[in-house]
Write a protein that binds this ligand. Sequence first.
Ligand SMILES: *[C@@H]1O[C@H](CO)[C@@H](O)[C@H](O)[C@H]1NC(C)=O
Ligand SMILES: *[C@@H]1O[C@H](CO)[C@@H](O)[C@H](O)[C@H]1NC(C)=O
Ligand SMILES: *[C@@H]1O[C@H](CO)[C@@H](O)[C@H](O)[C@H]1NC(C)=O
Ligand SMILES: *[C@@H]1O[C@H](CO)[C@@H](O)[C@H](O)[C@H]1NC(C)=O
Ligand SMILES: *[C@@H]1O[C@H](CO)[C@@H](O)[C@H](O)[C@H]1NC(C)=O
Ligand SMILES: *[C@@H]1O[C@H](CO)[C@@H](O)[C@H](O)[C@H]1NC(C)=O
Length: 417
Amino acid sequence: MGILSHPSILLLLWAALVFGQYEDYDFEDDYGGEPDHQLPYYFNPNSQAEVPHFPFPVECAKECFCPPAFPLSMYCDHRKLKTIPNIPSHVQQLYLQNNNIEAVPAGPFTNVTFVREINLSYNNIKFHMIDHGVFAKLSNLVQLHLQHNELEEFPFPLPSSLERLLLGFNKISRLPGNALEGLPNMTMLDLCNNLLDDTVLKEKPFSNMKNLMQLNLCNNKLQTMPPDLPPSLRHLSLENNSISHIPENYFNRLPHIIALRMSHNNLQNIPHNTFNLPNLLELNLGHNKLKQVFYIPRSLQHLYIENNEIENINVTVMCPTLDPLNIKQLTYIRVDQNKLTSPISTYAFFCFPLIRTIYYGEQNVTVSRPSGLRTPVFRRFLTPEEFQEAEDNQETLNQETEEDHEAEDSYFHPYYH
Ligand SMILES: *[C@@H]1O[C@H](CO)[C@@H](O)[C@H](O)[C@H]1NC(C)=O
Ligand SMILES: *[C@@H]1O[C@H](CO)[C@@H](O)[C@H](O)[C@H]1NC(C)=O
Ligand SMILES: *[C@@H]1O[C@H](CO)[C@@H](O)[C@H](O)[C@H]1NC(C)=O
Ligand SMILES: *[C@@H]1O[C@H](CO)[C@@H](O)[C@H](O)[C@H]1NC(C)=O
Ligand SMILES: *[C@@H]1O[C@H](CO)[C@@H](O)[C@H](O)[C@H]1NC(C)=O
Ligand SMILES: *[C@@H]1O[C@H](CO)[C@@H](O)[C@H](O)[C@H]1NC(C)=O
């Protein structure tokens, strides 16, 4: 006994425990059936790396599972739990999703210091059942999942370390003025599928998040564009609100936007130069009431303007000047369910030489009007001559299936979960 120091005995014990359990423990038993329980779900090398010195974690709440191979994670998900178990101090990842938890009291978190990630999604948590300050004291917390709960209010206060906050599918209708202050490191905020309306925008809640890169506000009740968004923003999701207007120069202060999603709103007129955004790759304005097209920035690759009221696509408006040394990057346009009666002018192929697909689909025009559009999709690089030929002889063009179209549509992976 005298030969080995105390820590080395612990190490041996731990090794024996780990290797012993490897033999007969089968992850498949607990997690095999769940589609969201693949290896990456509990393996997070980055956050496991910076482990401070602490006694080996033999501790685990009896309701939960602490995999020997990932001793900093505690799995308490899918267990019909009504309350949060006591959390051992060493835990860095805490999985409590898919239970029946209604309250977040301070008690179980008493000893917690290192926790970086908490997943409390798919529970029944209500705002007034969260002890005031319970999250704020977790000074290492970077990621908090609270989607699919019953929150009526933004769960403030939160720790200033927080980087990703998921609040989708709740009933949040209020964002108290200072609730979102003091979160300088936030990069991603998901508030989709809540009950937010314009009254929450009065206090400019998002303006202080200097590092915010992704803001999801889809499926709410907004009627105007949120004011004073931080210039750091890359992805903005506003689809399925009731926004009817984009103020002139709105995007001037958001030069880094890469993807803008505003389908299912009430947009009618878009100021010509609205999307003069040097980094924009994806623009989705489908299912609005647009009658006209607008300026297309050089960087844009995918344009979705289906289900609008466009009768005529004026390529001169999309592309007022030609610069052969700086060609426009557009490859895909979706324009089905508009009121087009003829294909886009051949000038489009000079302006957007990389165009691969224009999806015309069905157009919403009365049958009495002659339609020059008999083929739903134009494909690949057509020279103007080929294009003309195709127009003259539409039957020779490949008919596309809906699947082809959808494959193209999902080129951009969803950027939020
Ligand atoms: C906190 O740690 C102390 C000392 O190890 C222990 O007695 C107590 O039960 C722990 N509390 C919780 C809520 O885990
Ligand atoms: C959190 O739980 C949800 C619901 O089961 C799951 O889809 C998601 O992958 C989990 N995320 C993390 C980071 O644990
Ligand atoms: C914010 O992030 C930076 C860089 O990762 C880090 O140094 C800083 O401590 C973080 N701030 C807080 C309040 O955690
Ligand atoms: C739009 O949002 C409402 C809830 O605000 C939802 O019920 C509806 O299914 C959404 N529609 C689409 C097309 O996503
Ligand atoms: C297209 O737009 C330009 C510039 O606004 C305009 O001069 C031209 O008349 C329009 N062409 C058609 C066919 O509407
Ligand atoms: C087609 O247009 C008519 C009138 O212009 C409109 O009422 C109808 O909703 C449109 N249908 C679709 C599928 O957009």
